[in-house]
Ligand binder design. Sequence first.
Ligand code: NAD
Ligand code: DAU
Length: 361
Amino acid sequence: MTILVTGGAGFIGSNFILNWFEHSNEVIVNIDKLTYAGNLQTLLSLERHPQYHFVQADIKDSKLISRLLSQYRPRAVINFAAETHVDRSIHGPEDFIQTNIVGTFSLLECARNYWDELPVTDKKAFRFLQISTDEVYGSLLPEEPPFDESSRYTPNSPYAASKAASDHLLRAWHYTYGLPVLTTNCSNNYGPRQFPEKLIPLMILNALEGKPLPVYGDGLQIRDWLYVQDHCEALCKVLSAGQPGQNYNIGGGNEKTNLSVVQEVCAILDQIRPRSNGKSYHEQISFVTDRPGHDRRYAIDIGKMSGELDWQPRETFATGLRKTIQWYLDNNAWVQSVQNGSYRAWISTHYKDESLKGNQE
Ligand code: NAD
Ligand code: DAU
């Protein structure tokens, strides 16, 4: 049996693959374009694994994808491949449209053609799992209940709109063609191997390098944080027992303001890697210009995941954050390899005037 994974050299995909081989011998074919966010170093430990195959390719390359489907005959396709950073989608949305919408369309068509030709039992068992986001639902007011699967789609950023569009394609391919698709809408992940453009790894590495910790606006925006390992376990449950055509919301039950997350990072670092000058990392917190169209609050109702699929997150935020920080401290070679020229160019373009702004605490 074989699973075809796309975007497996990124943050969640790589954690998913590593997690998979801890409990399964099933073959994984990982198709990744290796954009700035994809890094083969992340999966170096699998280089000689007999059940693991890597192919560098764009999900839009339908000829190659069709060939790989015929060659490996997977029982499932799991689509992690995407452009994922909201700030980059604001600077330049084109790649988001191309990969998240056109790419998903192309992959769906390849999967549909492959699935159409499968023998009846294989056809029944086949699944196309789309990894989507809670950002498709837009922003919650403080008093509103968390998003559930019937919440209205109101995406606000180019990234969120591109993910919403791909969710709609999935829905249509199920209703129109009968393709057995599953869609998961997950909240903010954190954990090992996350590219340091995202809040938590950016703050860890900036803190260690003595740089400002750039908190957007008033820092009181709320995200619902989920440890990546818990997300991977949820995906395995959806893949094995989810109902085709259904969406599943996945979240951590950890609603936190960005400022409190950054403060927790500082407090843990103060304990395990104190600054040589005896001062706290809190001193590096710096309030900077807000993200345009910044969603104020996300929160996820996991009732369907826990009720139908018996899934609950296992990691607490306190333990997960400590493990994450320790991973970044222990994996300097990985950190160096991703902080390359293109990473530095992004940081200096995006935060160009911000390092000059004062600490408002
Ligand atoms: P990431 O940015 O770390 O990795 C994305 C991967 O996709 C990279 O390896 C990249 O090289 C690859 N990729 C990009 N464009 C491609 C293309 N055209 N063809 C093939 N490969 C391509 O992303 P992530 O954080 O691991 O997110 C994975 C998925 O989970 C995405 O679909 C994202 O929308 C979704 N998601 C992420 C989070 C989160 O907090 N990180 C939360 C909910 C949902
Ligand atoms: O909710 C799920 C989504 O979570 C995923 O779909 C996205 O792919 C993923 O990137 C993430 O989106 P966010 O925009 O919430 O994540 P990010 O880490 O970029 O930012 C988290 C919060 O922290 C957000 O409110 C913006 C804020 N922030 C972020 C950065 C990078 C800052 O205050 N300063 C920063 O420098």
